[in-house]
Design a protein around this ligand. Sequence first.
Ligand code: SAM
Length: 288
Amino acid sequence: MSERDPWPADWSVERLHGDHAQALRIETEFYDSATDHQRLRVFENPTFGRVMTLDGVVQVTEADNFIYHEMLTHVPILAHGAVARVLIVGGGDGGMAREVLKHRGVARVTMVEIDATVVEFCRSHLPGVSAGAFDDPRLELVIADGAGFMADGTDSYDVIIVDSTDPEGPGAVLFTDAFYADAKARLAPGGILVTQNGVPFLQGSELTGTMQAFRRLFADTTCYLATVPTYAGGPMAFGWGTDGPARGTDLATLQARFAETAITTDYYTPEVHLGAFALPPYVSRLIG
Ligand code: SAM
């Protein structure tokens, strides 16, 4: 195949970014159809295992999802230290709920996912990602638009995790100032809002937009980084907003809290936690 040939049909080509593409070979295809909200595809790739894409963009793979899910859950939960109630917006594959529910101190996890088909499909075709989370009695699954849920609700949460698609299609409303203001109103005192904020090298303006909105809302605003192989383009940024002191939790305290959970991880450690907040200049310039 020459450089200019279009990709063969047995490759899934992601074109999230204008002049950059990521392609994954499809060894076996399990599903490719449109839900009420987006095009859902699940296939097997020899390196990454089962892969789910929404509107052609990689959402989760069996092989590397641990990095993303561990960093968006254990960082805010262990920094906070006394999390009882968590809200997940999006997260239809169940991986975020899987990691949150490993914390025995978490009494309740509410997950607001717009697309029931994503949940149903991931439960049957990607069961390793949710690993039983959907059957945990502490999980409350709500099928709704996260923006409307946030605006209309009255409950409060110690951690809110926005595990959404990118700001296109149904995910766009989850990157707005109004949504972030509604999320802040739903945080308990000392609560933390963390967000999937794309790959700064290719999606810098999204991160800048979120950080500008967070600065207007929170006393402590920043992002932290982790590299997920199939979120192509370099380290991924996770937005961080809180009025509490959680980011200042020291290493010894994080180590003690982590040890107490007895959770086994493949990416998160207290040292990685603190190091993730050390930003290279090209990222710190984006967050202002
Ligand atoms: N890890 C992925 C990433 O970083 O892009 C996100 C994976 S998760 C599957 C994304 C979920 O967000 C999808 O299940 C999608 O249906 C859901 N979603 C998108 N827009 C939403 C909205 N407005 N309200 C609730 N869920 C939404």
